[in-house]
Design a binder for this molecule. Structure first.
Ligand code: PNS
Length: 166
């Protein structure tokens, strides 16, 4: 069985991520969406909230599983038996960081290969951080994220300010 991981912060998941998930799911038997639960960063959404959102927006793709992980991505890959990391490339500006990560991950675990998919043109400018910013100031984010996420963002933001987690 060919198992791949699509890792990320997904804070929140965007149409760009969903595009990559749909296309990556066709290339593997099972696609694990790995949601980073990193204690050193304070995300807008808790890992369990991000997992819930991803489960909701991928519920029609049968071979996708959403799992939160902590620590090194390669350790998570070993744990779930994945041999492929899938990442989306939006623009040349993504390349340097992605190359560094792919090479580091391969050094740490030589059984893992990183495969890049180019984000579809219509989503190439979409990022979670811009979605958060637009939402903070009350802008319309419905072109960037699915309706379920629009609602979750509305609950999380309060008159232009984030409601703090915890
Ligand atoms: O959506 P993002 O924030 O660009 O995803 C980055 C992610 C989660 C893929 C990366 O930060 C990661 O893999 N973190 C886990 C820790 C780790 O393995 N770091 C070394 C990678 S070279």
């Amino acid at each position: 069985m060919r198992r791949g991981i699509y890792p990320g912060s997904f804070d929140p998941v965007t149409f760009g991520h969903i595009d990559i998930i749909k296309r990556a799911a066709k290339q593997v038997d099972e696609l694990i969406v790995g949601v980073l639960n990193n204690n050193t960063k304070t995300p807008l959404f808790l890992a369990k909230e991000r997992v819930k959102m991803l489960n909701e927006v991928t519920k029609d793709i049968p071979n996708v599983k959403v799992i939160a992980f902590q620590g090194l991505l390669v350790d998570f890959a070993k744990e779930v038996g994945a041999t492929m990391i899938i990442r989306g490339l939006r623009a040349i500006s993504d390349f340097e960081y992605e190359l560094q990560m792919a090479q580091t991950n391969h050094k740490l675990y030589d059984q893992i290969e990183t495969v890049f998919l180019f984000t579809s043109e219509e989503f190439s400018y979409v990022s979670s951080s811009l979605v958060r910013e637009v939402a903070t100031f009350g802008g319309d984010i419905s072109q960037f994220v699915p309706p379920y996420v629009v609602e979750a963002m509305k609950e999380k933001t309060n008159k232009g300010e984030y409601k703090k987690n915890e």
